[in-house]
Design a protein around this ligand. Structure first.
Ligand code: NAD
Length: 501
C-alpha cells in the first residue's frame, strides 16, 4: 500500500502538482506506506489565498456561532477517536493508548476554544473622564499559519487552529511531512462540523512551503512547534517580515531527585516519562540529576531491570508499552547518540541497540537505554536526542543540581522529586524553566493554562493555548469615547489626567 497524500484547500482534498514527494513510513515495519506531496510556493499561495478570502465572513461571524462549529467538531473527535488513533499510530508508531491520550489532550483545547464568547469578553470602564468611557476588545489577527512537528500530529495542530478559529482568524496548517494523515483528517472533520470552506486549509510540504508562509504578506501570525534550529529560523524570518511569531522548540528536560524522595514513586515516574512514546516528546525526561551518590547507586540499580523489561513492540500489539522511532533516519540519529555517549566515556548501563521485535525485524525499534555518570561537558548531555535514551548525572548537592538545570540552554520542562516542601518551593521559585513539576514528571499545563518553555525552548512572547493563546490570536484594541450631548470642551493641547478632564 502506498497512497499519495495531497493538500486540503477551499474545503476540498487536492493532489499535489509539484512532482516532489516525501516518504511516510509505518515505523513498526519500516515500510513506506504513503507518499506525501511537497507543495510548491504557488500551491502554498493558493492555501493562503483561500484563507484570505474566507477571513472577512469568518471574522464577522459571532463568537457563539464559531463556538457551535467547534462544539460539533468536539463531538466528531470523540466519535472518531479510534479511527484517528489508528491513523496516527500507523504513521507515528506510538501505542494506540498513547495516541488516544494525545488526541484527548487536543480535544481539551477544542473544549476550551468552545468558550470563545467568554474568552473574547472585553473590559469596560465607565467615566474615565467626565462624559468619557473606555473599553478594550480583542479582534482577530487575520490569516494565521501553523507549522507542526511529527511527534504529536493530532494534538499540536489542535494547540493552534481551534483557538485561532474561535478568535475569528482563518488558518493555514503546514503539518509534519512525516505523519500527515491525522491533521488532514482533522480538517475534513472540521468541514463536517460546519466550518465554511477556506477557514482552515492544510498544505503539506517542507522548507519551500514554510518559507512561503513566512514571507507572504497576507499571513499575519505564525505558530511553530518543532526543533530549536528550525524554530529560531522561523522566528527570525517571520519577525523580519512583520509577523507575530511564537516558536516552541527543543528541550532537554531534567528531573532532580533529592535524597529524601520516594524512590519507588521516582522509578515509576522515570519509566513513563523517559520511555513513553519512545522518548519522542518535548516534555520527556532525558536527564536524571540525582543528588548524592548513595541515592544515585540505588536508583540506577532499581531502574536498570525496569528498563530492560520494557515491552517494546508495534502499536498493533495492545501489550506494547513503547513503540518504534518515527523513521529509519531518526532511528539512526538516536542510535548515533548512544554510540557517541559510549565514546564520550559515559557508562552505558542498559543498551537497547540490539533489541529484536519478532516479526518486525525491519521496524525502527530501539530498546530503552540508560547512561550513568554523564557530565555536563558531554554532547550526550547538551543536545536533544529525542529518543528513549536517559542520562544520569550525579550532583553533590541541591545547589549544584539547580545550577545544572539553570545553565542548560533549554528550559522547556523540569521536575523535582522530594518530600521536602522547602526544597520544592525554592526550586519552583529559582529554576529558569517554563513548566515545573513537583513530584509530577511531565508537567504539561492543561488546556486553560498555557504551554511554553524558557530560554532556547521558546522564541517569541507568547506561550500556546490558555489565555496566552487567546492573546496571541487576537489584537487588543482600546476605544475611548465621548457622547457629549451638549458638553463642549474646546481644543485641548496638552495631556490631561482623567481626574482633570
Ligand atoms: P522539525 O523542526 O524537524 O520540524 C518541524 C516543522 O518544521 C515541520 O513541519 C517541518 O516540515 C518543518 N521544517 C523542517 N525543516 C525545515 C526547514 N529547513 N525550513 C523550514 N521548515 C522546516 O521538528 P520535528 O523533528 O518534526 O519534531 C521534533 C522537535 O519538535 C523536537 O525538537 C521537539 O522538542 C520539538 N517539539 C517541541 C514542542 C514544544 O512545545 N516545545 C512540542 C513538540 C515537539
Amino acid at each position: 500500500m502506498s497512497a499519495t497524500i495531497g493538500h486540503f484547500i477551499d474545503g476540498v482534498a487536492l493532489d499535489g502538482n509539484s512532482g516532489r514527494y516525501g516518504d511516510v513510513y509505518n515505523p513498526s515495519t519500516g515500510e513506506v506506506v504513503h507518499k506525501v506531496a511537497l507543495a510548491t510556493a504557488d500551491e502554498t499561495c493558493e492555501a493562503i489565498r483561500s484563507a484570505s478570502e474566507a477571513l472577512p465572513a469568518w471574522a464577522a461571524t459571532p463568537p457563539a456561532k464559531r463556538a457551535q462549529v467547534l462544539f460539533s467538531f468536539r463531538n466528531l473527535l470523540i466519535s472518531h477517536l479510534d479511527e484517528l488513533a489508528g491513523l496516527l499510530s500507523l504513521e507515528h508508531g506510538k501505542t494506540i493508548d498513547d495516541a488516544k491520550g494525545s488526541l484527548t489532550r487536543g480535544l481539551e483545547i477544542v473544549e476550551f476554544a468552545c468558550g470563545a464568547p467568554q474568552l473574547l469578553k472585553g473590559q469596560y470602564s465607565e467615566m474615565v473622564a467626565s462624559g468619557v468611557d473606555s473599553y478594550a476588545i480583542r479582534q482577530p489577527v487575520g490569516v494565521c499559519a501553523g507549522i507542526t512537528p511529527f511527534n504529536f500530529p493530532g494534538m499540536v495542530p489542535m494547540w493552534m487552529f481551534p483557538l485561532a478559529l474561535a478568535c475569528g482568524n482563518t488558518f493555514v496548517l503546514k503539518p509534519s511531512e512525516k505523519d500527515p494523515s491525522t491533521p488532514l483528517r482533522l480538517a475534513e472533520l472540521m468541514i463536517e462540523a460546519g466550518l465554511p470552506a477556506g477557514v482552515l486549509n492544510v498544505i503539506n510540504g517542507d522548507k519551500e512551503a514554510v518559507d512561503t508562509l513566512l514571507t507572504d504578506p497576507r499571513v499575519e501570525a505564525i505558530s511553530f512547534v518543532g526543533s530549536t534550529a528550525i524554530g529560531e529560523y522561523v522566528y527570525q524570518t517571520g519577525s523580519h517580515h512583520g509577523k507575530r511569531v511564537q516558536a516552541l522548540c527543543g528541550a532537554k528536560n531534567h528531573m532532580v531527585v533529592m535524597p529524601d524522595a520516594d524512590l519507588d514513586q521516582v522509578v515509576d515516574a522515570v519509566i513513563g516519562s523517559a520511555y513513553g512514546s519512545a522518548g519522542e516528546r518535548c516534555m520527556a525526561i532525558s536527564v536524571l540529576v540525582i543528588v548524592g551518590d548513595e541515592t544515585a547507586d540505588r536508583l540506577v540499580e532499581m531502574l536498570a531491570p525496569r528498563i530492560e523489561g520494557l515491552k517494546v513492540g508495534p502499536f498493533t500489539d495492545s501489550s506494547s508499552e513503547m513503540g518504534p522511532l518515527v523513521t529509519p533516519q531518526h532511528l539512526q540519529k538516536v542510535t548515533g547518540y548512544v554510540d557517541l555517549g559510549v565514546e564520550e566515556g559515559a557508562e552505558l548501563v542498559v543498551d537497547g541497540r540490539q533489541i529484536e521485535v519478532p516479526g518486525h525485524e525491519e521496524g525502527c525499534f530501539l530498546g530503552g537505554c540508560l547512561f550513568d555518570r554523564v557530565t555536563p561537558r558531554m554532547r550526550l548531555y547538551q543536545e536533544e536526542i529525542f529518543g528513549p535514551v536517559l542520562s544520569v548525572v550525579r550532583a553533590e548537592d541541591y545547589e549544584q543540581a539547580l545550577k545544572m538545570v539553570n545553565d542548560h540552554e533549554y528550559g522547556n520542562g523540569v521536575a523535582i522529586f522530594t518530600r521536602d516542601g522547602d526544597a520544592a518551593h525554592d526550586f519552583s521559585t529559582r529554576v529558569r524553566v517554563g513548566m515545573v513539576g513537583v513530584n509530577v514528571p511531565i508537567p504539561v499545563p492543561v488546556a486553560y493554562h498555557s504551554f511554553g518553555g524558557w530560554k532556547r525552548s521558546l522564541f517569541g512572547d507568547h506561550s500556546i493555548h490558555g489565555t496566552e493563546g487567546v492573546h496571541f490570536y487576537t489584537r487588543l484594541k482600546t476605544i475611548t469615547s465621548r457622547w457629549p450631548s451638549g458638553i463642549r470642551q474646546g481644543a485641548v493641547f496638552s495631556f490631561k489626567s482623567g481626574s482633570e478632564q
